[in-house]
Design a protein around this ligand. Structure first.
Ligand SMILES: Nc1nc2c(ncn2[C@@H]2O[C@H](COP(=O)(O)OP(=O)(O)OP(=O)(O)O)[C@@H](O)[C@H]2O)c(=O)[nH]1
Ligand SMILES: [Mg+2]
Length: 216
């Protein structure tokens, strides 16, 4: 859950990139780390196997001034997608404030996407939480590949909650759609924070200037 340090005027938000194995979660954080200016980003931490598969999680801290009078720190995490690491995935979801569900757009991955989405909901239950109570968005990745499902199909497959989530198309390896997805989840997470803390209209949606991202 978001952590506020009133003395330091800091708010910490935890965002988790979730999704099936090899869908591009780590790539999202890597490209964000590349495009963020030094003053907005911290060190990226990765713990991976020799094949670059995430073993525990990847971590990228970002800083923004989007809530006036406060420094907002967004802690971006990924989970390991391989099915054997479910306990780790469950742990990484502890106190999550917002989720980017990254789906692989290739037809042959549709089943894995659906399984991972269900796995996300199961793991949240382990924390006595429900997906519909947590800000989340969908990111349909690998749109550059030839054998991909139409977005309408993916939306139909994954977006059946009563309150539909926003979705984004992306090519994470080329930094296409990555920033837009991050911007949206930050915006929704902060809006929820402001509602819950009765802070009134102290903020506007974070935009590229707020997050101090330079166009790459
Ligand atoms: N063509 C294409 N390849 C991509 C895209 N995004 C990521 N990849 C590639 O997909 C592979 C897996 O990407 P990762 O980011 O490591 O995937 P992951 O979801 O972190 O995988 P796990 O850590 O095993 O769960 C890498 O070779 C990436 O370069 C994309 O949009 N298009
Ligand atoms: Mg990874």
């Amino acid at each position: 859950m978001s952590f506020v340090n009133f003395a330091k005027k800091e708010i910490n938000f935890k965002i988790v990139y979730y999704g099936p194995a090899l869908c591009g979660k780590t790539t999202n954080l890597e490209v964000l780390h590349k495009v963020m200016p030094d003053e907005a980003r911290g060190e990226m931490t990765m713990l991976s196997t020799q094949q670059d598969r995430t073993l525990y999680f990847d971590f990228l801290p970002l800083k923004s001034n989007a809530i006036k009078g406060f420094i907002s720190r967004f802690q971006l995490y990924t989970v390991p997608g391989q099915s054997i690491y479910n306990e780790t995935r469950r742990l990484v979801l502890t106190s999550v404030d917002g989720i980017v569900f990254v789906a692989d757009s290739q037809w042959e991955e549709m089943e894995h996407n659906a399984e991972s989405f269900e796995n996300l909901q199961d793991n949240l239950k382990g924390h006595r939480r429900k997906l519909e109570d947590i800000p989340y968005i969908l990111q349909f990745n690998k749109r550059d590949l030839p054998n991909i499902a139409p977005v309408e199909y993916m939306d139909f497959m994954l977006n059946q909650q009563e309150e539909k989530a926003a979705f984004f198309e992306s090519v994470a390896s080329q930094c296409v759609g990555v920033y837009e997805a991050l911007n949206m989840i930050c915006k929704i997470v902060m809006a929820q924070f402001i509602r819950e803390h009765n802070m009134g209209a102290t903020t506007e949606a974070p935009n590229e200037k707020d997050l101090a991202v330079k166009a790459s």
